[in-house]
Design a binder for this molecule. Structure first.
Ligand code: AMP
Ligand code: MG
Length: 390
């Protein structure tokens, strides 16, 4: 049995960085940039008004000063003349600053009568000008190896970058194994259950940038497992679920090995998730997850997500954890790293009483996995502990 850390290190050695593709900006959300995106222009390219008001050239004008309004500038419609002393141009937010303009007087501080304005009693001492290049200058970069969020997409659009080079989404083939499994929506017989793991894992992996493919359920026979393995040729990562223990019907490793699987490890000192295995299936990394639904999901969080991140150029690191106080005391931990389903509330972390690895309702109600190290001593209420937000 190896440690979680050693298992993760080995998994990183199994995966490869994805190749790249160019996508239109509209499809770039949540993708990982593979090349720097560079601004070909300043933003804004021209100085403009930050408010609706009047542009004047006189920096010192105070209350009561009067100006002739000689024209108008609006967003998309510049004023082509020039402003002299004693003159003003009616201006709207986003309009290019007219030549000669030094400041904007906001309209609330001005009285206007027959093409003449008089400044009010109180004038805000701000120019209300957005200077050219005030947001960013030509050559500004969004650096490669970051996952694009909605703000990045807006920024890229304002840079006039219409397409970006990103890492291809890793294709992850998800294989449920078991004679007892049927698909959601089917009518299960007395001794059958619904295959839930592939659906949960597909959602988790897609959240982290994968293109997840749920393959047909493999039955607990050599022939069935082999025929589903035959459908994995386009996968960048193969994930099997179940059939990885030592029961008479746990055939995944045996069948995989017969067809080119080279195992790197089997069994990890963790709870839930001990019977985890991994290696190369021909040239494709393969992870064999335990079948218990919570084990499969926890292993997805702890191992598959970091593997995806590595494949997408986001670095080789365990998931980032946080710390929060316990809302109650917990007992000492045993010889396996424990990922306890818990709820983080304002008063701290509440660890669920029932931690059986088959209880999806507990997992779904949790928003944190409290991480208890091997042989950790008891912890008191209020003690800061490590957790993974989920
Ligand atoms: P196994 O590792 O195949 O012995 O499976 C352990 C437990 O997980 C058994 O109770 C299985 O019925 C259950 N299980 C296996 N695969 C799935 C799946 N895809 N969805 C839900 N439960 C599963
Ligand atoms: Mg099974």
């Amino acid at each position: 049995m190896i440690s979680v850390e050693k298992a993760l290190e080995t998994l990183f050695q199994l995966v490869q960085l994805m190749s790249t593709q160019v996508v239109p900006l509209r499809y770039a959300h949540k993708r990982v940039l593979a090349e720097n995106a560079v601004a070909p222009r300043d933003q804004p390219t021209f100085s403009s008004s930050a408010m609706d008001g009047y542009a004047i050239s006189d920096m010192d004008a105070g209350p009561g000063a009067m100006f002739d309004v000689i024209g108008e500038a609006a967003a998309g419609h510049h004023f082509s003349g020039s402003i002299e002393l004693g003159q003003a141009v009616r201006i709207f937010t986003g309009a290019p600053l007219p030549s000669g303009a030094k400041r904007i007087i906001i309209q609330e501080e001005v009285m206007c009568k027959a093409k003449q304005i008089t400044l009010g009693k109180k004038i805000t001492q701000s120019e209300f000008i957005r200077p050219a290049g005030g947001d960013f200058s030509k050559g500004f970069k969004i650096k490669a190896n970051c996952r694009l969020n909605p703000s990045d997409i807006a920024l890229l659009a304002s840079m006039n970058v219409a397409e970006v080079t990103v890492f291809k989404k890793p294709v992850v083939a998800l294989i449920s194994t078991g004679d007892e499994l049927v698909m959601p929506g089917e009518n299960p017989k007395r001794d059958q259950i619904i295959a839930s793991n592939t659906f949960g894992l597909a959602a988790l992996l897609e959240d982290h940038g994968a293109n997840a493919k749920i393959l047909p359920i493999a039955r607990d026979t050599h022939l069935s497992l082999k025929s589903v393995f035959d459908l994995t040729h386009d996968a960048d990562l193969i994930v099997t679920i179940g059939g990885a223990s030592v029961g008479d019907h746990d055939l995944v490793a045996e069948v995989a090995m017969k067809h080119g699987f080279k195992q790197s490890f089997y069994k990890v000192a963790m709870r839930p998730g001990k019977p985890l295995m991994a290696g190369h299936f021909n040239n494709t990394p393969l992870v064999g997850l335990p079948g218990n639904p919570v084990s499969a999901m926890v292993c997805g969080h702890i191992f598959l997500v970091p593997m995806l991140h590595a494949m997408l150029g986001l670095g080789q690191a365990a998931r980032e954890t946080m710390r929060a106080p316990l809302a109650h005391g917990v007992e000492a931990n045993g010889g396996r790293k424990h990922y306890c389903r818990a709820i983080l509330r304002p008063d701290g972390l509440h660890i669920a009483e029932r931690q059986d690895s088959s209880l999806l309702s507990i997992l779904a109600g949790a928003n944190a996995l409290v991480i208890r190290e091997l042989n950790a001593p008891p912890a008191r209420s209020g003690e800061l502990v490590e957790y993974l937000p989920i």
